[in-house]
Design a protein around this ligand. Structure first.
Ligand code: HEC
Ligand code: HEC
Length: 329
């Protein structure tokens, strides 16, 4: 190879690296955030009255001796406690709420803290971490990349309203429980077609399949039971073929990111006050990587994530979230 050829190759490498995939952080034409629509799920305009359930219908779930009229399930009433043996006694705050805009934590995060794709799993997260997140919301340091998505904005308001004492009560309860396997990760090229309602992907019955593309499609294993807020009914996450292995390569650190386990612990099961990632909702994890990258989540400890998120592309986020979700909690 001549000296000239070598210079052309070197130049090409520089150009290729420079024009390599763009970061996930990119506003759309209107300047609004249109990235990760599969993670920041916005309800389809037509989905509002899809559910014509009879409020008087008496409902129950498998393995429970509890039953109630459907109308008893409301955020004001707090979560239905289908499986009281599945968790320690709930503090009043978790079961009924704490007044003044502090809605019952268990309604969204479920009595056992396992959580759902549109919110977060809180079971088994470190006490100090939960207290810190509540302080970050209170101080306006933690926001969401998509305020039009109802639940994260709601959490922001709850975090603003909750007192330090309430944060401690909730942190003690949720950190006392183990997080159980909750998300079944399936690699695939084709996914069932879904529509967006209740801030989640809902499979369209008889709707066929479509290519997954650069997305994660996380949806209830049993939509009916998730509607009833059954804290024993889990989720499936469809991820692109090969995403788990690609995510593992990123997660072990390769110059683009920092090795996650240094801070998040062996198996990414948490370390000291640093949160656990293993087996948690990939939709939630993706939203957080994006929020940390764009800086809307800028809590007291968020700087520690800067070197990890600064160069992530949308594809990297998909791969990392697929990998962390695939790990055993
Ligand atoms: C209306 C539903 C709702 C209620 C009620 C609710 N949360 Fe949340 N919570 C959310 C959502 C949504 C998120 C995820 C926000 C996001 O995606 O950015 C969240 C996230 C969290 C997190 C962050 C978890 C992590 O890994 O960083 C904590 C901690 C938390 N909530 C605590 C609480 C506590 C304590 C209460 C009760 C005082 C509560 N939440 C009540 C919806 C709710
Ligand atoms: C230098 C330490 C460090 C490294 C390395 C690191 N993290 Fe983190 N990570 C943290 C800390 C600390 C937090 C809490 C941030 C906060 O409170 O805002 C966090 C938070 C997160 C969150 C949000 C979790 C939640 O429950 O909301 C995700 C997702 C995450 N990290 C993913 C990763 C991944 C993936 C890697 C590797 C590619 C990684 N982190 C590497 C320290 C680190």
């Amino acid at each position: 190879m001549t000296h000239h050829d070598a210079r052309i190759i070197a130049f090409t490498i520089v150009i290729t690296a420079w024009s390599a995939p763009t970061r996930a952080q990119q506003p759309d034409a209107e300047g609004a955030n249109a990235v990760l629509p599969w993670a920041y799920v916005l309800n389809d305009p037509t989905s509002g009255n899809a559910q014509a359930d009879d409020p008087a219908e008496v409902v129950t779930v498998p393995g429970s001796s509890v039953s109630m009229p459907r109308s008893a399930i409301s955020i004001a009433a707090g979560p239905p406690d289908w499986h009281p043996d599945g968790h320690p006694p709930m503090p009043e705050l978790v079961a009924k709420g704490g007044g003044d805009g502090v809605a019952a934590c268990g309604y969204c995060h479920l009595p056992n803290g396992q959580g759902k794709p549109e919110n977060a799993s809180v079971a088994g997260q470190p006490y100090a971490y939960i207290v810190q997140q509540m302080a970050d919301w209170r101080n306006g340091l933690r926001k969401t990349g998509e305020p039009r998505m109802g639940p994260p904005s709601f959490m922001q308001r709850i975090g603003l309203a909750a007192t330090d004492e309430q944060a401690r009560v909730a942190a003690e309860y949720f950190s006392s429980m183990d997080y159980k396997p909750w998300v079944r990760v399936v690699e695939t090229d084709m996914v069932p077609k879904t529509h967006f309602a209740g801030w989640i992907h809902q499979v369209i019955e008889g709707g066929g399949t479509e290519p997954i593309g650069t997305r994660i499609v996380e949806t209830p294993e049993d939509l009916h039971l998730t509607h009833l807020r059954d804290d024993a009914s889990s989720f499936v996450a469809y991820v692109p073929t090969g995403a788990v292995a690609r995510g593992e390569r990123l997660a072990t650190g390769n110059g683009k990111t920092e090795a996650c386990a240094v801070c998040h612990g062996p198996g990414l099961r948490g370390l000291g006050p640093v949160p656990a990632l293993a087996g948690r909702s990939p939709s939630y994890i993706a939203r957080q990587l994006y929020d940390l990258q764009t800086g809307v989540r800028n809590g007291t400890w968020s700087d520690l994530m800067d070197a990890t998120v600064s160069d992530l592309t949308t594809e990297d986020i998909v791969n990392l979230a697929a990998y962390t979700a695939s790990l055993a909690p």
